[in-house]
Design a protein around this ligand. Structure first.
Ligand code: PLP
Length: 223
């Protein structure tokens, strides 16, 4: 199957999952994760009309998206990977949404750059939902305080929460936990679900699914 077919397949499956979960058609935003693929590999998805893309590295995204955006000006770019504060300037300039706000230092750096560049991004707080030592994200027990800090102290536009559940566990309970943290903090957007589990994530209330390999094929290296 080509990229266009695979994209159509994923979109159909999302529509089916929305309907099965009793949700409205179009409720779920598909972020096509194009990391590791070059501009030529992404173009078929753009030609097919898809406009929402995810990248996990600022530097890599900078190398391919400005060129693509000359032809497709209405692209919406999501940063889904960890951000270092020395890259905040470039990230705020290039991206429309950041899913990886996970510590005070990066929250402050994003705020400063949004002010400087007079650009308003949408932000998600990343939760380390399985409390995994090697993984990015704020710990579950620190989530409420950190969300309050971002919103009240920094006036950041936090729209929702993002998670990457542990690879070797059933993601369902983790999706439920993310939804609970969001609910008690008055947030209604949930960035959860990847190629292997976006159906389950939609059943548990995902507003954004981040799907890479099911659309673009296997990556040469597993970033
Ligand atoms: C790579 C990546 C994805 C997409 O993964 P697939 O399994 O290829 O769909 C989703 N979210 C994040 C944060 C990623 O880094």
């Amino acid at each position: 199957m080509g990229i266009k077919k695979q994209l159509e397949f994923v979109k159909k499956k999302i529509a089916k999952c929305e309907s099965e979960a009793g949700r409205h058609a179009g409720d779920v935003t598909l972020i096509a994760v194009s990391k590791t693929f070059d501009a030529d590999h992404i173009r078929p998805a753009l030609d097919a009309g898809h406009r929402v893309y995810g990248e996990n590295r600022v530097q890599e995204a900078k190398g391919k998206w400005p060129e693509l955006q000359r032809d497709f000006a209405d692209v919406e770019l999501h940063l889904i990977g960890p951000l270092q504060s020395n890259k905040a300037k470039e990230a705020v300039a290039l991206f429309d949404v950041i899913h990886s706000v996970d510590r005070p230092k990066i929250a402050r750096a994003i705020r400063l750059e949004m002010e400087k560049q007079n650009k308003h991004l949408q932000l998600f707080v990343q939760i380390n939902i399985g409390n995994e030592p090697q993984k990015a994200g704020i710990l579950e027990e620190e989530a409420d305080d950190f969300i309050a800090f971002c919103r009240d102290d920094l006036s950041l536009p936090i729209k929702g929460l993002m998670c990457i559940p542990p690879f070797d566990e059933d993601p369902g309970p983790h999706f439920v936990t993310l939804a609970e943290i969001a609910k008690r903090n008055g947030l209604d957007q949930l960035s959860m679900g990847m190629s292997g589990d976006y159906d389950k994530a939609i059943a548990k209330g995902a507003s954004h699914v981040r799907v890479g390999s099911a659309i673009f094929g296997q990556r040469d290296y597993p970033l």
